[in-house]
Design a protein. Structure first.
Lengths: 474, 474
């Protein structure tokens, strides 16, 4: 059933996206330009993301902490590239109470400065290393154009900041955390992302290199979903983070940072959802099952309660819709909110020993005998949905992944249907900029250890250094 | 064993407090005046607080969300009392990127404004009510004098904001949430707080009334640990939050808000800790047991691993200290960090079928036969510690709770040893201000439904209206 409040995805993708955000009550606009209110339905998804990622981070030895939200200008300015990268887009606090401040403070756009300043005064010896810190917090970037979740002035994220004794260890950490993001997208969000290296132009300001996790949305536009940066000693030299090494000499630490944000919620929507609203992969869905009594008779309600208890005992999250709305309305609400499985419990069905299950992703209905093992049945159904959603997203991604040998190929692809474009690249900024002229096609990532397609740069035809994935971006 | 880095509690309480904060690595100062970095040991306590409170909030039907960190000045100004209360202590963002803003934005000191603005556009009918929202976030108040956890410019908290169909329902919510805070302090933090009503002078700016949870620190100074406000229709009228009631008429909603903050970590320290460092009640301790191998022989390590597995299987959190430090150093570290129980595993003890348990709160050592059921033994020990810590805090509180019939009594008490003072009060602001002249003695709360002590105001001697708990405050 098409939702009246939602524009069709194939008619106007951008409008469809915001329609889904609002219809599923994920977020709403506020009186603060460029800042959204994340509503309970949206925040519950973020809580699931936090829960799963945080557990993984901790298993890998990370601990959480919290640095101040304000950064003094002088501290921010210590690392030149970082300032250049972020200064144009920070918000400045210039007054405290009724007094003008001696030094203005910015609201953190990212916290390399604060962590570096902290580490500089807390690390003494190689025995203190590694320090594997992470924080969950809000950050602010003064963006001009904003969209709910994808690009908003304030957003929520986690930022890991680690320091190490050797470059090998720090590089290992950088790669390990990228693997975590990839795992999270593939296994939990059912999003078949690709990972690789950012080009010099696209890397994080101040990083030696940046690894990135890139996902392709339904409309063929790319979304960066998590980056992991290797800083080497750049920040440790700028902020004087030294430790006494095993040779009893003072040495600068090796540093990393890595982050993912609430924009992943935007990615979830744009990869999986449809004209009926949100579609959530079961492993990230805050509620996996909606149990809907067709009429609230005693018998029906008792059965609903029994099912709820059984499901919860098997760690399946669910709710019974006990509101006074019509059954049809309840179905539509479970649909627009993306609940993976709906169970319909009706008096007549019960009399006939029947019960109905409906998949959100395919809308397929299954009417089963009442005496089946419901938790096992639902568990299998949820796993099938998770699997099928990944496969569907993978198929879409592969259909929208093209190869190009020259600029004409790129133009033809981008004029018809944008997607990922695989093409060789010589490594020059000039060629990268020329690609951008074609409908904003930017390098997404350098594929590591890849065989070249032609061996010649897609732009200039000179010898290629890298196979690159290109695409439009959010 | 006295910790060298910690001033004695009875010599200099204020210095002792910050010494414990730093020695236990709970927080450290930063380059941002008045803002602390909450270090992993401190943040882990906050995570436990969040976990337990959040579960309780959700059981009571609340959902989490996230409102913007910035509030436009015009929006803040809509509720007059709130502005007066908070305007002198907010930080103002006046620049975004390189541009001066048309309207300045403050960093939220509390979010009544944002929630009210949200509710105004989202509630339509009594069918939408109640809306029971909460958020975990950072807030900022431009304090002049700051102390780690107790008063810092930025702090972390949860703020619940709910709207209801009737005043009865909203008042019930206000009281229910105060009960949650009381439960949390008594059952989890082992802090025997008292609850009551704030006076007109001390209530939250814009509230009809404020309920408060007040704890007494070891030194006899009070700490406000959680407040719950009933707003009636004050904010709903200022922000135009109307709904269509059951009579199909437009009516203003009834509203509440309630919050607790990272200052509870300060309370934990000041109620329970000692000259050796932090002492944590088992139910809030992120790690309940430290397992310490005396020498890292194969046999000892195998035993440590076995104990760890058994404890974890029984939901007891623990860690093995595998560092290269000396056993004495490890003991001291577990002590300063407040780990409730330490298990010492030594080669010679193992040969003699012995194992040693040490309580952090009393330093008492128990050497037991190796074949006892360790998880059950530890579970009982943890429960005993939790119980004893509460009883000890209760005894201290009762010893430092005094009654006063007149100002001379108050002076005598406050000159000797501050504490809670129970005294009758006529209800006038004048008398409240006179009390304050005696070493800053302020009303902590009005005890509800209490029998008066003398029936006469402790200050003016006129007829008393209330029994009040008075005290100095952080």
């Amino acid at each position: 059933m098409k939702n009246d409040k939602i524009t069709s995805r194939d008619v106007d993708f951008a409008k469809w996206y915001t329609d889904v955000v609002f219809a599923a009550h994920l977020a709403s606009y506020t009186g603060v330009k460029g800042c959204i209110a994340i509503e309970p339905n949206g925040y519950a998804i973020w809580e699931r993301m936090q829960e799963i990622l945080d557990k993984k981070f901790k298993e890998l030895g990370h601990v959480n902490c919290q640095m101040p939200v304000l950064i003094p200008e002088s501290l921010l300015k210590k690392e030149g590239e970082l300032v250049e990268g972020f200064a144009p887009e920070v918000a400045w606090v210039t007054m405290g109470g009724s007094k003008e401040l001696d030094e203005r403070l910015c609201i953190r756009p990212t916290s390399e400065t604060m962590f570096s300043d902290y580490y500089a005064s807390h690390v003494k010896s190689y025995k203190d290393l590694p320090m594997l810190y992470n924080q969950w917090c809000n950050v602010l970037r003064w963006e001009k154009e904003t969209r709910p979740f994808l690009r908003s002035r304030e957003f929520l994220w986690q930022e890991g900041h680690t320091i190490h004794e050797t470059s090998e260890e720090a590089e290992k950490e950088t790669r390990q955390m990228m693997e975590v993001y990839k795992w999270f997208h593939h296994e939990i969000l059912a999003i078949p992302s690709i990972t690789g290296l950012k080009t010099e132009k696209e890397k994080f300001a101040g990083a030696e290199y940046t690894l990135t996790n890139e996902a392709l949305m339904y409309n063929g536009v790319s979304l960066q979903c998590g980056t992991s940066h290797y800083f080497g000693q750049k920040f440790s030299k700028a902020y004087d983070i030294k430790f006494r090494n095993r040779q009893n000499e003072l040495e600068y630490v090796y540093q990393t940072s890595w982050g993912t944000t609430t924009r992943m919620i935007g990615g979830l929507i744009m990869v999986h959802s449809d004209d009926k609203g949100l579609v959530l992969p079961p492993r990230i869905a805050p509620k996996q099952v909606a149990i809907i009594p067709i009429f609230k008779t005693e018998k029906v309600l008792a059965k609903c309660e029994k099912i709820k208890k059984e499901l919860e005992k098997n760690s399946i999250s669910c709710y019974i819709d006990l509101t006074d709305k019509s059954a049809g309305f309840k179905f539509a609400e479970a649909e627009v909110n993306g609940i993976p499985v709906r169970i319909e419990v009706g008096e007549r069905d019960l009399d006939n020993n029947k019960i109905t299950f409906v998949r959100r992703d395919t809308s397929v209905k299954y009417t089963e005998a009442l005496d089946i093992d419901i938790p096992t049945y639902v568990k299998n159904l949820l796993e099938t949905i998770q699997h099928d959603m990944y496969e569907r997203a993978l198929k879409r991604r592969d259909e929208l992944t093209f190869t190009a040998k020259n600029l004409e190929d790129v133009e033809n692809i981008m004029n018809k249907q944008p997607g990922f474009i695989k093409a060789d690249w010589c490594g020059s900024l000039e060629c990268e900029m020329k690609m951008k002229e074609i409908k904003g096609t930017k390098s997404r990532c350098i594929v590591e250890n890849a065989k070249p397609l032609t061996g010649k740069c897609v732009v200039c035809g000179n010898d290629a250094k890298h196979l690159v994935i290109w695409g439009q971006q959010y």
